[in-house]
Design a protein around this ligand. Structure first.
Ligand SMILES: O=C(O)CCC(=O)C(=O)O
Length: 288
């Protein structure tokens, strides 16, 4: 097993303490009562989502690594939300709804929650929804926009592993991507093939209906769905110059180069990056 500490869990917190204890320290925390006054706490379950948005055609993503010239973030399928939910209820676990824009696609849901005043400058135009089936997995990644995230969870259980940006050197980050090597099983790490994982130190927590987790900017996360469930992410874009530069670099340079190289040389670009992932990561442990 990886070295994982429990994420701190609190009931509630005021703005001043949140900024001091968590935001300024880039420290994740789960807040269990932040949603206590939201209509969503009573209303939001999978059947309700089906009622309000069942006819919407939604893009679905799988966890397959992108190969050849396929873009890293291309959807694997499209179907109506009610057909998708039906698939999930029959045991589908590979297809997930990812970054679905609530304001644009299901504005009715915006009446069911508010933007907590806890010291994050939350961007009100981009509440997004993530939905997946029991046993779905979200690959280890960090968010390209370097946002501070409040992930508000509903409908069942999900577990999250978190790793700070300082742990990047042990995580097998694939160059020109925002994720780690897809062949790694973080739940049953193969230390022989991936010895740097022995050095990796992170945190883990289980989220239940109504819980909110604060994921600081640049944090790696790996998600395990234990039930059919969904989360809404509220995000605050970075303001500190270092994080803004990272965001611009991710969006304008890293992503552009990756897209161009995939188009130009296809699969050999992916293979080159996978090889580099191993050599670069193993340099860190050999230097110790
Ligand atoms: O909960 C999920 O399915 C994914 C959430 C996530 O990866 C994110 O907010 O960046």
């Amino acid at each position: 097993m990886l070295k994982l500490q429990p994420v701190e869990i609190i009931e509630n917190i005021n703005k001043k303490d949140f900024i001091k204890k968590y935001k300024n320290k880039n420290k994740p925390v789960v807040i269990t009562k932040l949603t206590k006054d939201w209509p969503a706490l009573k209303k939001w379950n999978i059947e309700y989502i089906k009622t309000v948005a069942g006819d919407n055609i939604v893009p679905l993503y799988d966890s397959q690594p992108s190969t050849d010239r396929k873009h890293q973030h291309a959807p694997a399928a499209h179907m109506s939300l009610k057909s998708y939910i039906h698939l999930l209820q029959k045991g589908e676990k590979n297809l997930r709804m990812f970054f679905y824009n609530i304001l644009a696609e299901v504005p009715q849901l915006t009446k069911d929650f508010n933007y907590p005043d806890i010291g994050l400058n939350l961007f009100k135009k981009l509440p997004v929804l993530f939905l997946g089936g029991k046993d779905a997995r979200v690959q280890m990644h960090f968010d390209i926009d370097m946002a501070d995230i409040l992930l508000c969870h509903f409908g069942g259980k999900k577990r999250i592993m978190l790793f700070s940006p300082e742990q990047t050197k042990y995580i097998y980050r694939v160059p020109f991507s925002f994720s780690s090597l897809n062949t790694i099983d973080y739940e049953n790490p193969d230390y022989k093939t991936f010895p740097a994982l022995k050095e990796l130190q992170g945190e883990i927590v289980e989220l239940n209906h109504g819980d909110v987790i604060y994921i600081p900017s640049g944090y790696w996360h790996y998600i395990m769905y234990d039930d059919i469930s969904f989360s809404m992410a509220l995000r605050a874009f970075p303001r500190r110059p270092k994080a803004v530069l990272k965001l611009l670099n991710n969006l304008l340079i890293t992503r552009t180069i990756d897209g161009l190289m995939r188009k130009l040389i296809g699969q050999s670009w992916n293979e080159r990056n996978e090889r580099l992932t191993i050599t670069k990561t193993h340099k860190h442990i050999n230097m110790k």
